[in-house]
Design a protein around this ligand. Sequence first.
Ligand code: ATP
Ligand code: MG
Length: 568
Amino acid sequence: MAEIEGNENTEKKGMNFVEEEVYNDLQAGKNGGRLSTRFPPEPNGYLHIGHAKAICMDFGVAEKFGGTCNLRFDDTNPVKEDVEYVDSIREDIHWLGFDWGDREYYASDYFPQLYDLAIRLIKEGKAYVDDQSSEEIASQKGSPTEPGTNSPYRDRSVEENLDLFMRMNAGEFDEGSRVLRAKIDMANPNMHFRDPIMYRIIKTPHHRTGTKWKVYPMYDFAHGQSDYFEGVTHSICTLEFVVHRPLYEYFVKELADDSYCPRQIEFNRLNLTYTVMSKRKLLQLVKEGLVAGWDDPRMPTISGMRRRGYTPQSIRNFINTIGYTKYEALNSVSLLEHAVREDLNKIATRVMAVVNPLKVVITNYPEDQVETVEMENNPEDPQAGSHSMPFCREIYIERDDFMENPPKKFFRLFPGGEVRLKGAYIIKCEEIVKDSEGNITELRCTYDPDTRSGLPGSQRKVKGTLHWVSARHAKDAEVRLYDRLFDVENPAAETERDFRELLNPESLKVVEGVKLEPFIIEQATPGTKFQFQRVGYFTPDYDSTSDKPVFNRTIALKDTWEKVQKKN
Ligand code: ATP
Ligand code: MG
């Protein structure tokens, strides 16, 4: 016995609590040792990073124990749902690296069975049509400590209920004029048992079933049964459904026998600092043009993160790091950004780009000469090779890398000072050229021809090394620099101001005239990951064309926010 327990404990090591529950059920031979999960998005918006957490769980646990995971669109409300969302959801799950094979289902596929079940429950006296408005029904709900009040329609005859429900579905009544309710217990301490609504009238056509139905099932009447129809064994969802679980089980028991019954298990939602997760709010941002669309790189959506240059691996690593618990928490976006940097550091091609260019003329370098210098593509990856970069008399450096009157310990360029141009020569600043308003327009420098790598002088030490590009060969581009979408850590917790007032006005900065080494343009295809050295990680944006290249900054090299916080 002790030995078996020992083995079990070793096997359980590293499992989260949901995996442990699943493992225990499988060990106990429940459902004949079968494992089936599902990911059930409502197609009423694009998926966000919170959904990614659910996807990693639902698909991950199935993968881990040799089960399967269904994709089920929870399309029970035609008013808010759309095929655009269905398509985007499929694309995002695939991009994250998961696949549902041919197991793509729709709650709307089960409308006939659900309707039949409703008819049966009416016949058994377990459901009734209520003619009251939703406000009246809500006012009779009571409170957690006080029982509710029975509806005056609660004791209608079976015949009348059947007749009314069928006529509801035939379109004879207006939206909101009647609902079908389960007849359970208006005094139940669990408010969800107080005669929950099963069906409401909706006359908007459905994106799959058209105008066939005029009554649509509520979440609680659809979800458990859909799980049952599909043979789902573990219905994993988020903590807000804990209070729904008894009702989930109540309805499922109307269908299930002893041989098989789906089981609901809940974990904590992902909440992230400096953003919102509510689809309703995200939709508002899109509809009101406060962002450029669902895939705006500042959005917490999977499509936004993809466009911004995040990798699926980094998102999965982040989700692994935060883990699954039974307690709500607010996770720091810095953790996600850390995971993104860590992954990009491994895979991004190192290149040079100057965001805010200042021209440097190397006066002792021959006018017509062009050399090429070899640049390592990725020091983290020996297989990545190298590429060549042109060097000539005129180059650009970053304006911030020069100061006319530098403070102590400024190790970049200043009058009379020397720096190394990465991969090339040491240069010395001899002269500043200014326009009539006193703005610096150009630096005149000399170079030490002996300091190129491979030559004896290459060992000579200088304090600073700068990135640069050849002015004659550089390509112009636009870059988009992103910052956090919101100014406050937890916009959802703000009660005083509307969430739209909390948007960070500096969340997007567009910089034109950025100078790129030509290799970047040669290599850039959708999804290419670059590290613009000393500047950050970048990827081509969807708006990029050969006439006008556009790059998104995925993330800066260092977490500047962390520094600010430490200082404060
Ligand atoms: P709503 O129901 O308000 O439209 P939702 O975010 O719950 O929004 P669904 O499409 O119903 O959206 O979610 C699909 C699945 O993703 C559900 O199982 C849900 O529990 C899970 N999910 C949604 N948001 C999060 C989150 N922030 N963290 C983890 N899982 C989430
Ligand atoms: Mg939901």
